[in-house]
Design a protein around this ligand. Structure first.
Ligand SMILES: *Cc1c(COP(=O)(O)O)cnc(C)c1O
Length: 380
């Protein structure tokens, strides 16, 4: 069986977790602090805050941006449902706009049309690790005084050409960027998330809100020779990452360049193996974007039924997934459609994701490509 994805974990991560356990400090502590510093340095951000997952990261980003009832946040429906849910957590209204059919990312022209006097923020997704058009989105945000938040759950290590140079996603080209370390993403801590920003004020808020609004963190109280009484400055949350997770994350971060070069090689491999199939549309990487290939998404020819292709591949031992979901088709969001979402629906219904993971062998990749090629021939 060839899986859709596999985390790239080994004895390094197991040993690091073991050391954290034996250190006697297992909740948020020195490993989390070190992971934050190393992550910030990796993406070129001024500040980083580790949290329990990307959903809580997105929630804190919107709380820090003061999103509340009556506020509209423009975002993609074509994303994992957590993107829309975090807007609802704050009482805000998600305003879904369509994606570009080539990149599956939010279309800045559609964003511009959806701005109203109630719009407070743009929540842009770097879908499947492909950077979205931040240059255009940032201009829109500046023109209209909006907060730009990046859902970079899938985009650790992805690169974007902006301001005349190549940067990693998360330098906070917008105001706040949120990452996930779920096993389905390119580096993992089991569960985990990170917020990056260039604003000291946002960073202070994230660090306060992730641990109950506590004025003095327990790490500081433990290390102090003086008795310290803490205050609780506002209603916060418990969104902490553990030191075991952070210890694993530091090892994963060290492997990120290797993981990405392996993934890029596999993406090139698919492009070569599948490049000549009539009607099959391969992923498009704009010249200003370098994906980390968190997912490899192909659009099926019109003649091929999505479920038929996926079932046949599964029968032959190959896992696939359909295109990314559309939140507006799910129960909580069905009555919230204001703008055309045709491309989002087509992307969900006409695309499939192919297996891609750092340790995938060339033989396995050839098997996936051959199986898909034969299946599409059979259906022609
Ligand atoms: C995975 C994902 C999330 C949620 O991340 P968690 O760490 O699982 O909370 C949010 N947005 C997008 C686009 C994702 O792919």
């Amino acid at each position: 069986m060839i899986p859709i994805a596999l985390p790239f974990l080994g004895t390094d991560e197991a040993d690091a977790a073991r050391e954290a356990v034996l250190s006697g400090w297992v909740s948020q502590g020195p490993q989390v602090l070190a992971f934050e510093r190393e992550f910030a340095a990796t993406v070129g951000a001024s500040y980083a805050t580790a949290v329990s997952n990307c959903t809580t990261a997105l929630h804190l980003a919107l709380v820090a941006a003061n999103i509340g009832p009556g506020d509209e946040v423009i975002t993609a429906s074509h994303s994992f449902i957590a993107t829309a849910n975090c807007i609802k957590y704050c009482g805000g209204t998600p305003v879904f706009v369509d994606v570009d059919p080539d990149t599956y990312n939010i279309d800045p022209a559609r964003v511009a049309e959806a701005i109203t006097p109630r719009t407070r923020a743009i929540l842009a997704v770097h879908q499947m690790g492909m950077p979205c058009d931040l240059t255009a989105l940032r201009t829109l945000a500046e023109q209209h005084g909006l907060i730009l938040i990046e859902d970079a759950a899938c985009a650790a290590g992805s690169e974007i050409h902006i301001d005349g140079k190549w940067d990693r996603v998360g330098k906070a080209h917008g105001h706040i960027t949120c990452f996930s370390f779920h096993p389905r993403k390119v580096i993992t801590t089991g569960e985990g998330g990170m917020l990056t920003t260039s604003s000291a004020e946002f960073d202070r808020k994230f660090k306060l809100l992730r641990q109950h609004g506590m004025s003095v963190p327990d790490t500081v109280r433990h290390g102090s020779a003086q008795v310290i009484f803490e205050d609780y400055l506002e209603v916060g949350y418990n969104y902490r990452m553990t030191d075991m997770q952070a210890a694993i994350g530091r090892k994963q971060l060290g492997k990120l360049p290797d993981i990405i070069s392996r993934r890029r090689k596999l993406a090139d491999g698919y492009a070569e193996l599948l490049g000549n199939i009539e009607g099959l549309r391969l992923p498009f990487e704009p010249e200003w974007a370098r994906s980390n290939w968190q997912s490899y998404c192909v659009r099926l020819p019109d003649r091929a039924d999505q479920r038929t292709v996926m079932q046949s591949m599964l029968d032959q031992g190959i896992a696939t997934r359909r295109g990314i979901m559309c939140s507006h088709r799910e129960m909580p969001y069905r009555d919230q459609v204001k703008h055309d979402l045709t491309q989002s629906e087509l992307a969900q219904d006409r695309c499939i994701l192919l297996p891609l993971y750092a340790q995938m062998t060339e033989d396995d990749q050839v098997r996936v490509a051959d199986t898909l090629t034969k299946e599409l021939k059979r259906l022609s």
